[in-house]
Ligand binder design. Sequence first.
Ligand SMILES: Cc1ncc(COP(=O)(O)O)c(C=O)c1O
Length: 360
Amino acid sequence: MRPLVATIDLSAVCHNYAVAKRCAPGREAFAVVKANAYGHGVQEVVGALSGIADGFAVASLEEAAQVRAVQGQARILLLEGCFEAGEVQKAQQLRLDIAVQDHRQLQAVLSAPAGSPLNIWLKLDTGMHRLGFDSLGLRAAYAALAGNQCCNELNLISHFACADERGHELTEQQLECFLDVLDLDFDQRSLANSAAILMIPAAHMDWLRPGIMLYGATPFADLSAAELGLKPVMTLTAQLIALRHVAAGESVGYGASWVASRDSVIGTVSCGYADGYPRHAPVGTPVVINGQRVPLIGRVSMDMLTVDLTDSAGAGVGDSVELWGNQLPVDEVAQAAGTIGYELLTKVTSRVPRRYRPNE
Ligand SMILES: Cc1ncc(COP(=O)(O)O)c(C=O)c1O
């Protein structure tokens, strides 16, 4: 078997969910499990949070159906609402909470055949300008839905654009815009993603929506997951599958782009971009072997990458290699590669087997 595995620590997910809840005592939280639980495996993550999470949030009806298969009773929120009018009935059958973010979705809800009433989350565009009604449109949508038989709870939701950049002026403006419509009598309100849960108590409202923090990564560029009390969930482990001595002046890998400046020992690792490791990770991106950080060198190839072991006495073929996880935060690798932990976690491909450490 190819030596590459993503080990998922389910007790760490539960720990991180508890951190979110501790930030906002008395509030409820939708665990955001879209995109296959940010690459961790939706069935297993939802199963681990069973009886712990107040609800789950997803991006599509298909994802909602996967969660419903594991969670017969939990609240499941469709964050972007229904993409087609016909999905409203399916949402009723699955007993979902749905976002309604524009006039088209509003009409679909209002004209759907009578079914069990839905919990509807009217989405306000507070300044991200991606989805949602402006304030006037939202008031009109509220008037259309309030007291309508299609609607059980009538709720308010919005999303921050810059909560991960502490002190960003847009965050304050978005919060004000949200507060401005609270003269309407919503049943529930939701605004906070991980960054706002961790840093903006005024945004906590009734329902939190933690995503990235559940998976033990930080939403902030300048604050580590460990500093936030989060535990890593995914550890991506490969193996050293070859070692060779390369003389000064010789090159390594595709494009012969890396040239040894001294006689070097080069290790080949069983992980590449077809596994989700970023192809653009530059020379120097850290990798951990035998507890020691070593630098990536050369271009990442489809199934392999190479590291410089010249200064790491004792490394041998068969040694395990951590690409990220318990010893090396995914955020550090992401920063080196010019991206964010979210992208690395969600892009681990299906050919990488996930192994689950059970909830203790
Ligand atoms: C609407 C919405 N709410 C909550 C989240 C969770 O955000 P985060 O992963 O930053 O906690 C997302 C993630 O993209 C989202 O789109």
